[in-house]
Design a protein around this ligand. Sequence first.
Ligand code: SF4
Ligand SMILES: [Zn+2]
Length: 142
Amino acid sequence: MAKKFFRCTVCGDVHWGVNAPEKCPTCMQLNKYVEVDADEAKKLLFENASADPMPKQEFRAAIEKYCDNNAFALNPEKVHVDRVVDGVYANLEKKGLKYCPCRISASAAKLDSSLLCPCNFEAQGIWRTEGRCWCGLFIKRS
Ligand code: SF4
Ligand SMILES: [Zn+2]
């Protein structure tokens, strides 16, 4: 299914997906998204987005918050988390995006959103068998 861009006509939030969200996660208004072209979406995103990548500490805080109300947590071994996050940031430097450090992207030039960290690790076989993402950054809560 092809993904498209949508813009919230109330707050300007940009969404990329097969369908627009019913409720805008930014302004909470209902049924306010309209489909827009990629050019408009990119201009809105780049105008509002910082050109600087998120500092490592902010990334760590974001992935920690991502664990809230979910059935997973960050690996309690801080040294391991540090190593994985360093790998993510090495990829950011080399490939321009925060790619998974333990899986190889098919093409560094082509955006592969399935390999961005955090990925959809709950769909991985290793999650079901071992209760962790490929890199062990996230683990299943017991
Ligand atoms: S496997 Fe783990 S470290 Fe790799 S992208 Fe997914 S969540 Fe990040
Ligand atoms: Zn909105």
